[in-house]
Design a binder for this molecule. Sequence first.
Ligand SMILES: [Zn+2]
Length: 168
Amino acid sequence: MCDYSSILWDVLKYMKETEGNYWGVVGAAIVDGENQMISMSKKESEGSYLHAERNAFEQFVDKFGEPSDDAFAVTTLSPCQRGSDARIGSSCTDLLVSNKIDTVYTGFVDPWQIPIELYEEYGLTVIETDDEELRMYCEELFEYFPRTVNENEDIDARQFVNDVLESV
Ligand SMILES: [Zn+2]
């Protein structure tokens, strides 16, 4: 049995400690046995984002090669499934399933994506953390989206992550 929670804490620490103004507010890890790659969503240009799962996956493959059937993902936010003009590549659900990664442990289920049980229809099992503190941090990170998209607030992503994860 793998300790998903400790990996998710590592993702949050990575997000807090990583410098640079091009990072987004979602973190992900790809884990396959001893091999692990953590990364974050990244703003490639205005309106063009590399999602955290794809960023972590591409770096994983560069370093370790293709993941095995045992690989899984750990994310701060459940994987996207719906279409998005601002996203580089296919949905993270498609990316993971097409690369034999069929389990995702997440800190918070994205209310803008499909309900957690519907991921099964795409071949993905999504498990939300039962660690209330982890879930709180991941929900606070998600709040960036309604605030910037719905409320049109001008929030610097890097500063936002630092503020949310200050005590991690
Ligand atoms: Zn995505």
